[in-house]
Design a protein around this ligand. Structure first.
Ligand SMILES: Cc1cc2nc3c(=O)[nH]c(=O)nc-3n(C[C@H](O)[C@H](O)[C@H](O)COP(=O)(O)O)c2cc1C
Length: 221
């Protein structure tokens, strides 16, 4: 479990406790996140994450540069679930990479960044990550995060799970990745789907020590 007191979100570099899979980024590099949207239902999570990162309250002093990859299957789910076209979603990111561009900067461990979120993550992409199958830019970038000991968060979505899904989630966890199914909570009494989504996205930002004002924090009963 990360000790958040040891994180320095306002600074130019993060240091997680040893062994938590979070490698420090050099102080002179900007905060950067790789975001992938794959073809599981829940495309709204990736879209909302991009929107929030563009509008961070402290974006002038501590911006987060976003590098986006949208899978071909995600183009379908994005349209089905949000009505958005690929171009509209890509316009929310600072840098856009094509899924088959295996020569992109994010395919290399020399690209400095704070980590990667796959939001949402299909069982197919989960399986590829779990087995080191770098067959496209998304799975290659995820592979790089694991080998470089950077934070990798998979918003896996399927129900129910079969044994392959469960084993693949275990394998990713054993390699240091974070399995983060976007399961809504109800204790904060959400009134809208947007509130539910924001609550989940807020927890994702917390895991990267990115300050936000997205959702109220639990202050006890
Ligand atoms: C509307 C729709 C919803 C889907 N929902 C899921 C899902 O929740 N979880 C999942 O693993 N796959 C889901 N799929 C199937 C994936 O899109 C499919 O396995 C695809 O090959 C994933 O490829 P990708 O990981 O490269 O995006 C869905 C497909 C469609 C069209």
């Amino acid at each position: 479990m990360a000790d958040h007191k040891s994180l320095r979100p306002e600074g130019r570099s993060f240091e997680g406790p040893a062994g938590d899979g979070w490698r420090a980024r050099p102080a002179n590099h900007p905060r950067r996140l790789v975001i992938a949207i794959t073809g599981a239902t829940g495309a709204v999570y990736g879209v909302r994450l991009l929107e929030v990162l563009r509008a961070l309250p402290n974006r002038q002093t501590a911006p987060v540069e976003t590098h986006l990859v949208v899978s071909d299957a995600a183009v379908l789910t994005l349209h089905q679930e949000t009505g958005l076209q690929r171009k509209q979603v890509e316009a929310l990111a600072d840098v856009v990479h094509k899924q088959n561009n295996i020569g992109a900067a994010i395919a290399s461990g020399s690209f400095q960044c704070d980590g990667m979120v796959i939001a949402p993550c299909s069982m197919k992409t989960l399986a590829a990550v779990a087995h080191g199958l770098s067959d496209n830019l998304i799975t290659r970038a995820a592979d790089v995060m694991l080998k470089e000991r950077r934070r990798l968060l998979l918003m896996v979505r399927e129900t129910p799970f079969n044994l392959a899904h469960l084993r693949n989630m275990t394998a990713v966890t054993e390699m240091g990745g974070i399995i983060f199914p976007p399961l809504p909570s109800f204790y904060h009494q959400p009134q809208t789907i947007a509130e539910m989504v924001d609550h989940t996205v807020a927890r994702v930002l917390d895991l990267f020590a990115i300050e936000h004002e997205l959702a109220p924090r639990w202050a006890g009963m």
